[in-house]
Design a protein around this ligand. Structure first.
Ligand SMILES: C[S@@+](CC[C@H](N)C(=O)[O-])C[C@H]1O[C@@H](n2cnc3c(N)ncnc32)[C@H](O)[C@@H]1O
Length: 259
């Protein structure tokens, strides 16, 4: 729970810090940042997510300190296409917009925060991909049409565990913590139903979350987590903690192991 308290403090500080920018640079591009939206400048996770998805090309100089095992599973096909892409929890839209720029399409970006949806739409326009990217507001898959399926489903989640009975004080706190891993449980259950037959349901998680509990929830939901990529990141704000980030693929558990 120490991590929970720290994350809530960090959530609050990131909204009011004097150095909170209106625009920022990431992945070689400039981005707008609206009030109340998760700020990628105070956390390495957005850049790591780009790396995991093979979208940081060329990878910036600061990634040489990461022991990354970047997956190549999302390389373009012979025609240069990368398939349809759903991002849950798009925040300012860096990953979804970069996916659209990198030939993923169509791209749908969802967030439970209306400000994040507006921010993503604004960044899609800034980079000229508004015709290939739809930004929708909803709780996980709640903003999608019933039959919509995607080649890649991705969530860079709020991996810090909060008490199940904590009541969020703002939608912004949801970018940092998940109470009782209730959203993670639903994501593990629902994400594989939102992929195409050959598609992949993915979760970007970190060692600041409870990895053992996540695996237990996956097993209870009839899922298995396969690690596609992992890297160690020095996170200065945490007293130079070495934090492991991992990209999981969510698969049906073998019948013999289903709970
Ligand atoms: C760690 S932030 C990542 C933001 C963005 N993808 C990035 O990398 O900069 C997690 C995002 O998930 C969103 N989120 C949290 N719970 C959600 C839910 N139940 N449904 C949809 N989005 C959610 C938050 O609002 C936040 O924007």
């Amino acid at each position: 729970m120490r991590s929970f308290t720290r994350s809530l403090n960090r959530s609050r500080q990131s909204l009011t810090r004097a150095d909170r920018p209106r625009t920022f640079a990431l992945g070689g591009r400039e981005w707008d940042l609206l009030d109340e939206v998760f700020a990628p400048v105070y956390s390495p996770s957005t850049g790591v997510g780009l790396d995991f998805l093979g979208l940081n090309d060329p990878r910036p100089a600061d990634t040489d300190r990461r022991e990354a095992a970047v997956t190549t599973a999302f390389a373009p096909d012979v025609s240069g296409r990368r398939g349809s892409f759903l991002e849950i929890g798009c925040g300012a839209g860096v990953i979804a917009v970069t996916a659209a720029l990198a030939a993923h399409g169509p791209v749908v970006a969802c967030d439970i925060s209306p400000q994040a949806v507006e921010n993503t739409a604004r960044n899609a326009e800034r980079h000229g991909v508004q015709s290939r990217l739809r930004a929708v507001c909803g709780d996980l898959f709640g903003g999608l049409d019933d039959g919509e399926r995607f080649d890649t489903v991705f969530w860079s989640s709020n991996y810090v565990l909060g008490p199940a009975d904590y009541v969020y004080e703002s939608v912004h706190e949801r970018a940092y913590v998940d109470t009782g891993y209730q959203a993670h449980r639903r994501y593990l259950e629902e994400a594989p139903h939102r992929t195409t037959a050959s598609g992949a349901a993915l979760l970007h998680f970190s060692s600041r979350g409870d990895v053992a509990l996540l695996h237990r929830i996956a097993a209870e939901s009839g899922r298995e987590l396969r690690t596609l990529a992992a890297c160690l990141v020095q996170e200065g704000e945490y007293g130079n903690d070495l934090v492991e980030h991992m990209l999981f693929q969510i698969l049906p558990a073998p019948r013999s192991r289903r709970a």
